[in-house]
Design a binder for this molecule. Sequence first.
Ligand SMILES: NC(=O)c1ccc[n+]([C@@H]2O[C@H](COP(=O)([O-])OP(=O)(O)OC[C@H]3O[C@@H](n4cnc5c(N)ncnc54)[C@H](O)[C@@H]3O)[C@@H](O)[C@H]2O)c1
Length: 255
Amino acid sequence: MTKSIIVTGAGHGIGAEIARQAAAAGYRVGALDINGEAVEQIAQSLPDAVPLVASSTDSSAVEAALDAFGTPDALVNNAGIVRFTPLVDHSEDDWRAVVDVNLTGPFVCGRAVARRMIAEGRQGSIVNIASINGIAPGPNSGAYSPTKAAVIQLTRQMAIEWGAAGIRVNSVAPGIIDDGMSAPVLADPEVRATRSARTPSRRLGTADDIAKAVMWLCSEDAEYVNGHNLVVDGGVVSTVLAGMPRPASIDGIDE
Ligand SMILES: NC(=O)c1ccc[n+]([C@@H]2O[C@H](COP(=O)([O-])OP(=O)(O)OC[C@H]3O[C@@H](n4cnc5c(N)ncnc54)[C@H](O)[C@@H]3O)[C@@H](O)[C@H]2O)c1
């Protein structure tokens, strides 16, 4: 039987690539985004996709989208936003907007889908898109890092509450991805080269890297993976001690 998946924030960047890979894997795709034009275009380009124009934070709009699409076998809570400013200048409007989309959205969509799965006795998989910012906070990114840390914990909360119903919930924490919201940052050639050079895998990540991890978590190959945060970052979050010097004589390095 054809499996189905809803991807939030499917109109652009990582979400659009997840929608493409899901379609290529044979899923019927519900491409949900607040940007109607973008999501219509993505849905049209896929073999079996339905555009769902809604904000992931608005539970009536999400319920209407689920009524139209049906209960999916998988949900990817991918929609997210960032507002770069130092905390001392971060406005309450920006703080609330980021909390709303990045944290309340996954709760609203996850709850709506889980309620239906439980009522219908269907098993399923939910993947929340976090960030390495949820592990190591990025400077001047306001509410972004705290919301991503909360998404990792929300994932575990969902996993322990919904596991018995056969719903697995995991998160993916992308590193520095050459797509989507990082495009303006990586447009600076020096920033781009430095970020790539400081990544242990010596390259920037791609939407393809993230989509592959998401599709694996949704698949039966990951049937015993639950409550996990899968970091897909080429090793960036492990570099915290790499910048701390030690005398070369102690390190055993010839000077
Ligand atoms: N690009 C990166 O480097 C990177 C790194 C780590 C994590 N992430 C995370 O990956 C996810 C996708 O990021 P991206 O870079 O592809 O972003 P993007 O800006 O390219 O795309 C985000 C999409 O979400 C949609 N959206 C925004 N608010 C929405 C809402 N309320 N309801 C429904 N849709 C909404 C936008 O219209 C857009 O199509 C986000 O959760 C982001 O935090 C991205």
